[in-house]
Design a binder for this molecule. Sequence first.
Ligand code: FRU
Length: 929
Amino acid sequence: MKVFVGLYPNYLIIIAMVLGVFGCSTGQENQDYPYKIGFSQLTGDDAWRQTMHREMVGELLFYPGASLDIRDANYSNEKQIQDIEQFIEEGVDLLIISPNAIEPITSVVEKAYLQGIPIILVDRKIDSDLYTSYIGGDNHAIGEVAANYLVSLLGSSGRVVQITGDLAASAAQERKAGFEKKLQEISQIEIVGEANGYWVEDRARKAIQNLLRDNPPFDAVYAHNDVMAKAIKQELSLLPAFQQVKVLGVDGLPGPEGGVAAVLDGHIDATFLYPTGGDLAIKTAIDILTGQPIKKEYILQTAAIDSTNARVLALQSEQLFGQQSKIEHQNKLISDQLLRFNAQQTILLLIGALLLIFLVLSLIIVKAYRSKLKANAKLNKQNLAIEKQRRELAEKHESLILLNNRFEEVTRAKMVFFANISHEFKTPLSLILSPVEKLLSRPDLSYQDKQTYLLIYKHVNMLQRLINQLLDFRKIEDDKMGMVISPIPFSSFLKNIFNSFSHHAQVKKINYSFRADLREDLLWLDQDKTEKIFYNLIFNAFKFTGKGGTISVEISEEPDKVNIEIMDNGEGIADVEAIFERYYQVNTSSLGTGIGLSLCKQFTEMQKGHIFAESQKDVGTVISISFLKGKSHFKGLKSVSFKDDFSDSNDIKELYAENSLFEYNEKEVALPLIDDAKPVLLLVEDNDDLRTYLKGNLSRDFKILEASNGTEALLILHGETADIILSDVKMPEMDGFQLCEAIKKDINFSHIPIVLLTAKSEEESRLIGIGLGADAYISKPFNLNLVSLRLRKMVENRDNWKKAFQTNLLLTEKKEGEAAMRKLSKTDVNFLNQVIDILNLNLNNSQFGVEELSEKVGISRIQLYRKVKSLTNYTPNEFIKTFRLKKAKEMLEEKNFNINEISMEVGFSNPSYFTKCFKKHFGYIPSDV
Ligand code: FRU
């Protein structure tokens, strides 16, 4: 149940709230009476109507689900019409109306009724029958009872004044009519004055005041309600002449403000009970809505209340009020209980929810705990596995250490062996050196021989130097390298080394400079090691600097040290950090052992010096060395001895004697004139010395073409014809294997025999070479005579093969041809087979010549010429003709055709020309066959 109170007084709101709370607080509102009841009240501003509302609300408690919406029209007809219209619009289930006035309200009530809304009129009526039920007191009867009472009070004569309610309302009209009619019937009492008090206090006061002015005196006042009666009695009590005037009211409400109490207190003289019928209105509404039978009119009874019965009535109503408030108190308790119940219910629900959450959380925790246990188990397993792996690793590590130790032992043993061997080399080398020196000093030496001896001299020297370096290394590794420190006049000492390269700088046209700026020239150093350092560094600078480049050596000074810089503007060193590492090899055509620079570092650091290199590709390299002044830094070092004097040995010149041989390449010997009859040899070798040496020795038998690597060789082959190629394997850019592969794959060159020359004598390299189509393989060191012989033989073989091809291939079919072909490279075999197939297909075509053949084979006429000539010794033209004749001979032998037919069949349009050619080729005429 709900009550909507609009703009009603506080107590109503409170009641409504209590009920509302009660209604809502159950939380599960009983929907037995789901009705919306609207109440259009003419005013809510007086005690009588508030009593009505209280009764209604009390009654509504019995109908859960039903709601009551009370709207106050405030005595305004317009407002009331508006309220009713709104109720219609909102679709209330039933309307209770207490009409403010008859006429203005009638039509809107009819409208609602006609729209099917049941209408209950309370207290007042309208001018129509279009309503469902009327509930209210009998106002006509009230007028009559009042008249009767007045007669009993005044006797049959007297003067009375009537203060009416709003006469537009049925209640006022009927109260007036009943009163006047009855009074006339039963008495002579005269109504001496009448005024409209409009039901309210202040207007009633004004009304009586007006009447007092016009019509005094009078004995009694009949007011249409107690509110007006009380005000009038009060007004009259102020006037002595009117203090005895009896004042009668209507309503007789219980309670301290009501008419009963007013009678008891003497504030009015009598009142006539006018019940509100609020509870009945609600009951009737529910009956209508639930389809119960109802009456069209419920008329409530009236009774006179004066000093004789007021006390009893007051007592009764007090009791009633007491019970009423008890009920209300009970209600309040119930709602409190309900509230508490609801709260408990909510708490219970919350506890339930919490319990559920707790349960779920417990479950999750248990699950998590279980999976943690599982994960732990897994982790333990993994840990075990890791531990196992760790142990295995440790074992492996141990065995690696063992292996490493073993390896070091082996290495040491190797080094010892190496050093021993190097020692072994030293004697034979010096035994070569001295006879060569002797030979070189002979005055009758031819230029050619001198060059040969110089070459030997240079390379034996180089070998000696390498061996010395190796031995130095060994010494350092064994910690056996001692030092002899002596005072060196450093500028002149370094200038000496510098000068030993001057000649080479001239030949190579290198801008070669030396600058020394030293105040304190004496440096304590190991002379031998320092010589080696600078020789190596300058040598290296030359190695990386091309013709016309710049090399400079500069010495400068700081208070405690001397700095030396060797600069070049050569090609630069890519991995400059690594050049001082042992066995590091700069990736360039100048292939070395990589020992020299490493030794430089070792020697420098032994002498407490610093060495460091900077390099930029194609810009140059700077090597900087610094040595400390004085000799205190050598103190405490083991295996250091001091020598106080310095002797510039001649060794240095000997040591660098090989240097002078740089000129060997430059002053090339004029070779014997090229003899066209000689086969052409393409010599591919990156080492200039070796190439020159080979050239010098092979040019007797060959016309020589030179290339320093595979790429250059291929370039040369595109312009020149070679009969044989002799190539080194290890070369920069394109090595011998790559060259071999390229040549054997190219139809233009595949016929040229290639011989590989290499220091790699292992079987593996040999196999690679042969797999790639190399025709022969000569390993270093070689015997030059043998090389020359081998090359000549190969060229001869090729010539013989050509002859064999001419005689055999064209004379006999298949087998011998195949045997001959087996000596050719695959490319060449394919080539020849292709040519023969094409010729077979075009045999009877007399127009088919060299041009057509070169087109079909897909190479130029020149290439075709070179190729056919080199493989068969025939020119392509001769080859075609010979092929036709050979075919003709075969056909003649088969004896299936005559000569004319055969000559046509092999592409000779003229038989006599055929006979002529045949005779020239075979030595006899066709008919002899
Ligand atoms: C209250 C009231 C009562 C009276 C009734 C008549 O508003 O004035 O005092 O009896 O209306 O409709």
